[in-house]
Design a protein around this ligand. Structure first.
Ligand code: NAD
Ligand code: GLY
Length: 370
């Protein structure tokens, strides 16, 4: 299978994303790696991924002339914190990582965010290689340089924007991903469809079976498209200052409030994003920004992929809207990404709270027309 390559064009911080099957294995193409500053670094991963892929990645690095020490972290969002970060710095130091060393982040978004933050800050910044192993990490978190850790008072409150030297998305890793994590990743994939418009939506409509069966060729095309869409928003607004990169938060304002309300137990992130997309679509349609036909096409796409689409019956719109006002990305008023059409997102910083409460209530019942 051919691999796909794209460039995130950020001047001196530009880097390649390689996407395909069989990219990382002993004898795989080590030329995918850029020239790193030194020859020794660490592979940071977790207890679930290490037995599956660590050896393969270390052998692949070795074949390219890079020696690595493994650092294996506990698995879980609850470990994306300063305590584990301290341990990580300490183990990097013990492993002899120097200013010219590297961090290779092997895992999902949790490992990627932690290891990315460590790479950005250890000795004021060392080379970072992202090797994402979940759909979410391949289509989203490994691209664009955001990293960080959680605080007790909220998620992702400490972090930096620090670009990797390369991202290697080997879709073979997706074969072992638990079904629910796979589905959560697809929530983000559908989000990209709504951000990008008709062409990618048509691809997703026509290739559902192959994607659901995790056929490497279809996963690679899907991941390539999502990566291209994300990279495009990132290069136009690397530091999230212009309201352009903010469009990537389509569905996320409601999603974050739902996740918080249910203490991150009831809905996975991608599932909450799917419900958040329905709310953003319904608000856009009610505000006459989005046609009924576009609205129904988007809902049918979420339905086709078996994503949850209903706001839980016991969710209190008042509480959700109050949480949204306090969202890290909310700005001064109540803001949300809406759609003027499929592929035409914008950040509305003046959302009518009363209307949003009505929409949240409305989204407790199915809106898709059979
Ligand atoms: P995750 O990293 O927790 O991975 C999900 C689960 O799948 C974990 O148990 C993990 O060990 C396991 N796993 C990973 N790859 C596997 C594989 N190939 N086979 C079997 N099991 C595998 O979750 P995630 O959804 O990848 O990432 C969520 C995190 O990403 C959150 O912390 C979120 O804040 C962050 N995030 C960051 C950005 C960004 O731009 N930096 C964007 C979106 C999300
Ligand atoms: N995940 C949103 C961003 O990278 O900006």
């Amino acid at each position: 299978m051919t691999s796909h390559k794209l460039t995130v064009a950020l001047e001196s911080r530009s880097y390649s994303i390689h996407i395909g099957s069989g990219l990382i294995k002993a004898g795989g193409d080590s030329l995918l790696l850029p020239r790193l500053r030194g020859h020794h670094g660490v592979v940071v991963t977790n207890t679930t991924i290490a037995p599956l892929y660590l050896r393969q990645v270390q052998e692949w690095l070795a074949a390219a002339g890079y020696e690595s020490t493994a650092i294996i972290l506990p698995d879980g969002e609850e470990f994306k914190n300063h305590e584990v970060l301290q341990r990580l710095y300490h183990e990097m130091f013990q492993a002899g990582v120097q200013r010219n060393g590297f961090v290779c982040a092997l895992g999902g978004g949790v490992v990627g965010d932690l290891a990315g933050y460590a790479a950005a800050t250890y000795m004021r910044g060392i080379d970072l290689i992202q090797v994402p192993t979940t759909v979410l990490a391949q289509v989203d978190s490994s691209i664009g340089g955001k990293n960080g850790v959680n605080l007790d008072v909220g998620k992702n409150l400490v972090g930096t924007t620090y670009q990797p030297r390369v991202v290697i998305s080997d879709v073979d890793f997706i074969a072992s991903l638990p079904e629910r994590e796979f589905l959560c990743g697809l929530g983000e994939v559908v989000k990209y469809g709504l951000l990008a418009g008709a062409d990618f939506i048509s691809f997703l409509e026509m290739n559902r079976v192959e994607i659901a069966e995790r056929k490497p060729r279809s996963l690679a095309i899907m991941t390539h498209s999502c990566s291209r869409i994300k990279a495009d928003f990132v290069v136009r607004d690397e530091h999230d200052l212009l309201g352009v990169r903010a469009a990537l938060n389509l569905g996320h304002t409601v999603a974050h409030a739902l996740e918080k309300t249910y203490a991150y137990q009831k809905l996975g992130h991608g599932e909450a994003v799917a419900v958040g997309l329905v709310c953003a679509l319904a608000l856009s349609q009610t505000m006459k920004l989005l046609s009924e036909a576009a609205f129904q096409r988007a809902l049918k796409l979420l339905d086709l992929y078996g994503l949850p689409m209903l706001v839980p019956a016991d969710a209190d719109p008042e509480i959700l809207v109050n949480l949204m006002r306090r969202d890290k990305k909310a700005g001064r008023g109540l803001s949300m990404v809406l759609l003027r059409g499929l592929g035409d997102p914008f950040l509305d910083e003046n959302i009518d709270a009363g209307l949003l409460r009505e929409i949240i209530d409305k989204c407790k019942k199915p809106l898709v027309v059979a």
